[in-house]
Design a protein around this ligand. Structure first.
Ligand code: PMP
Length: 285
């Protein structure tokens, strides 16, 4: 696989980053994941906009002009022959000469920019979307700026492991009695025809797939309510699903061992998945 590191296209075994890189020592970095369908980048504009916002919130320098980022994405897709898959992009505050809590001087420390592809044939036609997944609920003990897409992913990783141990697929996190989001996705329920998902704030990541799916839902005259919901509401819902750039719209059929909507995949989730795939492939770049 060919990867990108600070201006160079290298083989994955050649690409090396300093041990003083702030992402390695302090999780001082942000990332984006963009999906590739039919060789095209999905929702690319949204991912770049969120990257810019994450960088601004953390006073981090832009690693490259945004036009160049599109070119790098396209070149990696081409070099690695990706038809369906993902592109991971990470920007870190770079590698000053030593470890220090204070941010290094941006005049002298350049950000580290890394991109690599993940080949995932069958991403769109995922059989899991036809049977749905099971989630458990866990406490949300993450920091308070979940709207910034940082590489501090230890607790979400632990959440996935807790889910696996419980015989489930993923975890939905709960704070003050309300679901915030999934470990790596935004959470939704459907009740009496209404799509309910937590409103945007610093409590959750502002999902790019979420924005697109809610827009398509409203365009299709579906009713959307942006507000927090509880695990009990999810248990009592007609359907549940999650969204993310790597899974698109994924039905959820069980929470904490209770079947949702009789335990089968719902119509709203199925329809939204179809609309999302169709529209976003059309708009792919
Ligand atoms: N919430 C969290 C915590 C995530 O990690 C992700 C995926 N990175 C999402 C939501 C979904 O965001 P997107 O649709 O932009 O992939």
């Amino acid at each position: 696989r060919t990867v990108y590191l600070n201006g160079e296209y290298l083989s994955e075994t050649e690409a090396k980053v300093s041990i003083f890189d702030r992402a390695f020592l302090m999780a001082d970095g942000v990332y984006e994941v963009t999906s590739v369908l039919g060789g095209k980048l999905i929702d690319f504009g949204g991912h770049l906009k969120r990257l810019e916002r994450s960088l601004n919130e953390l006073d981090m320098k832009k690693p490259a002009a945004f036009d160049d980022l599109l070119e790098i994405h396209r070149k990696l897709v081409e070099l690695n022959g990706i038809d369906e898959g993902l592109i991971y992009l990470q920007v870190t505050r770079g590698a000053p000469g030593d470890r220090d809590f204070a941010f290094p001087d941006p005049e002298t420390t350049e950000p580290t920019l890394v991109l690599f592809t993940q080949n995932k044939p069958g991403l769109a036609d995922n059989p899991t979307a036809k049977k749905g997944i099971k989630v458990i609920s866990i406490d949300d003990i993450r920091w308070g700026r979940r709207d910034i897409k940082t590489v501090q992913l230890l607790y979400p990783s632990m959440g996935k492991m807790m889910a696996k141990k419980a015989g489930a697929d993923d975890a939905w996190m709960v704070e003050d009695g309300f679901v915030t989001e999934g470990t790596s996705n935004n959470a939704y329920i459907v009740k009496d025809g209404k799509i309910i998902t937590r409103n945007l704030s610093t409590d959750i990541l502002h999902g790019i797939t979420r924005a697109a799916v809610l827009k398509f839902a409203r365009e299709a005259q579906m009713i959307v309510e942006e507000r927090p919901f509880t695990v009990d509401e999810a248990k009592d819902a007609d359907e549940a699903f999650f969204t993310s750039a790597s899974a698109f719209v994924m039905p959820v059929v069980e929470i904490d061992g209770t079947a949702i909507g009789g335990g089968s995949v719902g119509q709203v989730a199925t329809r939204l998945r179809e609309i999302y795939l169709e529209e976003s492939i059309k708009a792919g770049v």
